[in-house]
Design a protein around this ligand. Structure first.
Ligand SMILES: Cc1ncc(COP(=O)(O)O)c(C=O)c1O
Length: 386
């Protein structure tokens, strides 16, 4: 199988991730912090080490304020619902995944908040000037994706974060597509809340993710329960990470995520990004007639600028085939896994003019090889010839 759907979830996982989960499940597997015995202490130490590794990866100096969640959706809901108050104004963009758009749309529909959805420019980025104009005295939160899962473009989050900080609002970054792929510096980029998923670029298993909570921001817990610490308290403890981590965590998953974070720190995120960009360029360059396809996210950037400003994904359509048909042919005839459709980001496809059918997305990962993308290009060359 040729797997080019890493933006949905990374596959395969590195061997060290499989081994780390297996070893942890066999040797320890206790409930962290719930009991005083050695295995429970080991489980807690493993989780804390993962917090420290991820905090290092994100340039964040308070690992205890990195809380584990089920995925990015969980983290984004936790952030959005834990910080907004009645009457707040929120700024977001057309590039967002439904895990940002839907909770915000629902709150707007309920009359709880007001919402501004910024357009993206022809280069699929958010113009900081548009953002500046959208502020009003009630603006409390700016919620933006770092790298779009549809256009593949990376936003200028440092410029945006600085502007948000100057205006005393909070900056929530959806790093689902960028964590482990694009360098992130939480402090320098003036981020207040960073939501990430563990199963994409961070190379962990599904069921892992987290929210990094900066010191300026208060997030009310929306899941309360056992934390293993002070059980006598009638309410959720206020200290991190317990404040936002009610319930037994996904210990096996986090054991895998720890290995993903170790590997990324070893190889460096910059190298991963270079590798994935190269692969998308290689896909483009291996096509006999790339102009026969419609390219979304700027083919000239891929060909001429080596993918600068983008992550390693690209969307295409082929006239005469619906995206679903093209993806099905790639799967059934060539055993190539890609993703067709709207990618849970309908506003982004409206921005591109590909709504409602979407396009076929090819996304590379750390373990994708040049041969994988050449074979995908060769399948596309054959499909064109009929
Ligand atoms: C930009 C973006 N945000 C959020 C998510 C949600 O991630 P998860 O399904 O792991 O919660 C995704 C997943 O595709 C995504 O690409």
């Amino acid at each position: 199988m040729i797997y080019l759907d890493n933006a949905a979830t990374s596959f395969p996982k590195p061997e060290s991730v499989f081994r780390g989960m297996d070893a942890f499940a066999r040797a320890s597997a206790a409930n962290p912090g719930r009991s005083g015995h050695r295995r429970a202490v080991e489980a807690e130490a493993m989780i804390d080490e993962t917090r420290r590794l991820l905090a290092r990866l994100f340039g964040f100096s308070h690992p205890e304020r990195l809380v584990f969640t089920l995925n990015a959706t969980d983290a984004l809901n936790m952030a959005i619902k834990g910080i907004l108050r009645a009457g707040d104004h929120v700024i977001t963009s057309v590039l967002e995944h439904n895990s940002v758009s839907r909770p915000l749309n629902q709150m707007e529909k309920a009359g709880f908040i007001t919402l501004t959805r910024l357009p993206a420019g022809g280069d699929h980025t958010i113009d900081p000037d548009d953002l500046a104009k959208a502020f009003n005295p009630s603006t409390r939160l700016i919620a933006l994706t770092h790298a779009s899962n549809v256009t593949g473009t990376i936003q200028a989050i440092e410029a945006i974060g600085t502007m948000v900080r100057e205006r005393d609002a909070f900056f929530l970054v959806d790093a689902s597509q960028s964590a482990g792929v694009v360098p992130i510096d939480f402090e320098k980029e003036c981020i207040d809340l960073l939501a990430f998923t563990g199963h994409k670029g961070l190379l962990g298993p599904t069921g892992t993710g987290g929210l990094v909570v900066g010191e300026r921001v208060e997030v009310a817990p929306w899941r309360e329960g056992g934390t293993g610490g002070d059980s006598s308290s009638p309410v959720q403890p206020s200290e991190f990470p317990h404040r936002l981590e009610g319930g037994t965590p996904n210990v096996f998953g986090i054991a895998g995520l720890r290995e993903g974070a170790r590997l990324l720190l070893e190889r460096s995120v910059e190298n991963v990004l270079t590798h994935e960009r190269f692969l998308i360029g290689e896909l483009f360059n291996s096509l006999e007639n790339p102009r026969a396809f419609s390219w979304y996210g700027a083919d000239c950037v891929i060909a001429e600028r080596k993918g600068d400003g983008r992550i390693g994904l690209v969307g295409i359509n082929l006239p005469g085939f619906s995206p679903a048909e093209l993806a099905a042919i790639l799967d059934e005839r060539y055993d190539i896994a890609v993703r067709a459709g709207l990618h849970c980001a309908p506003y982004a496809h409206k921005h591109l003019g590909t709504f409602p059918d979407g396009f076929v997305r090819f996304s590379a990962g750390i373990l994708t090889t040049a041969e994988d993308v050449r074979q995908a290009a060769s399948a596309l060359n054959e499909i064109i010839k009929g």
